[in-house]
Write a protein that binds this ligand. Sequence first.
Ligand code: 5GP
Length: 191
Amino acid sequence: MSAVILLVSGPSGSGKTTLCRRLVNEGEAHYSISCTTRAPREGEVHGVDYFFLSVDEFKKSLAKGEFLEWAEVHGNYYGTLKSQVLDFLSQGKDVVMDIDVQGADQVRACEDSVIQKALIDLFVLVEDHTELRARLSNRGTEASEVIELRMQNSIKEMENAPKYRHLLKSADHENDYTQFKSLLIASRLRQ
Ligand code: 5GP
């Protein structure tokens, strides 16, 4: 069995972060902790949810070539550290990455054969926009103008769904998780 990178994208409110976290809590994979310049939400912890960096710190890491990919998303910078992916893969651990569609394009285009061999990509789709807006509002973590920005970006992000080899049409949490975990387990069998 060779280690898998499970790259997951989807609109805000699709539940992708919850899916990734649950997989990690069950000990199935390592969560690639991203860097971001966005402010922490209540309860988010540096080094657990994200590495929260200033714009200057982010740019320094970028200049040092530390990122596997990076993008500006909803007005903030986000990036995946190479070490978060490659160090764990080299230990034979599966890695889940929760990144946006721009970052996914960069990972797909990356020439590193280790990454290409390990890469499995999945888009989590919420077809009903009313449902998506409700999920974003119910989270209660974002102001109404942020929800609007995220809704607009979500609709654009969803146009990228056909680029992904795997598509999960989000229904309910349990059903989504069963399919999500099954994809990881089945991907371990590929040659
Ligand atoms: P949030 O602010 O809700 O945690 O994340 C906003 C968006 O940024 C989500 O679509 C998430 O997938 C994306 N994101 C999180 N980390 C990264 C990263 O390292 N790189 C990229 N390109 N996108 C990321």
